[in-house]
Design a protein around this ligand. Sequence first.
Ligand code: PLP
Length: 412
Amino acid sequence: MDRAAAERLDAEDPLGPLRGRFTLPDRVIYLDGNSLGPAQPAVAEAVGTALHRDWSEGLIRSWNATVEGPGWVGLPRRVAGAIAPLVGADADEVAVTDSTSVDLYAVLVALARLRPERRTILLQEGDFPTDRYVAGSVADLLGLEVRTAPRDRLGEAIDDDLAVLVLTEVDYRTGSRHDAPDLTRTVHSAGGLVLWDLSHSAGALDVDLHRWDADAAVGCTYKFLNGGPGAPAYLYVARRLHARIRPTVAGWFGHATPFSFADEYVPAPDASRFLAGTPPVLSMVALEAALRIQADVPADARSAKVASLTELFIDLVDRHCDGFGLEVVTPRSPAARGAQVSLRHAEAGRVMRALVDRGVIGDHRPPDILRFGFSPLFVRHTDVWDAVHVLVEVLSSGAWRDDRYDRAAEVP
Ligand SMILES: *Cc1c(COP(=O)(O)O)cnc(C)c1O
């Protein structure tokens, strides 16, 4: 494909106009929206208003929703309402709070307590580190055992001792995507529960937790949801579990009526029982503003755009990078991958540093993975075309061998 063909794809892209709502630096091709999504002027404005008007002038009155008051107290529920359609859930099944790691801990403890006679938490080998570490601390707390299985042998490891399977839908290293409905069905027929990590899914792909029949999920909002660095995470608990599931941290914000200051703890009737303390208002305001753009994304448009961008990238790498020691690690079938393509190269760290130096920003996952994220909301087909041509230049010239690229940054 020539560059003009990429331009034609961009001209026909229903998501094309959304790019203009992001702040993207000149001369940068940003293929790292899977690690930190970009800012939007609308977010800066909302945070400015929260700081200068609502906090500075409104003070404590801003907790309430009045003509002037922004109603900070309702932020967790409002943001949950904005995230719910992105994961195929209803608003009362979603809570926005804490970090993905903490939410994972809270939900995993609560799910495991629903299967007290079972002893195993199952994970995939090499799944995202925090998922593995958190599962270890839950196992310590409850006296359970963590088992891991290779990606293609998870099915065999599902037995009648399994309490909870914890699984990232899209693998952060390879970009492979699980068949979530199928795995969920297998776990359910063995009597277990499934906790999905959607950190690399929501906002990038069309996710449908109801159709999957998922029990629970968590995910972060600073990647494909563009909520800003360290933005609060979300969790999902299927409505059928609400009556029975106990929040792990029974905090006042998860009480049915927090401002009754009641002596007795009565959990909120829905997933918001997993709220613990006062929400981080400035971060929530940023996230709420960042999510507004999602309402303008047509149904099913995300997965189609992502398939088109990733297919173009893989195709161009196949055509132009032969003989440079690269290997495409990500599955070639669009249904089997997320919004990411990973390439293996023996000197991946150096190659990525040389790319970043030339304005093509992806990232590197040790030891040998070059990772490129394709956010459907702002990456264009022409960006893909240009990025591959910079990659070809870096590899064919051997520019990555330069001494400048010896040293890794603290965050690679
Ligand atoms: C990014 C990511 C997280 C992030 O966890 P935090 O606690 O929000 O830092 C968790 N799980 C996966 C799979 C991720 O990719």
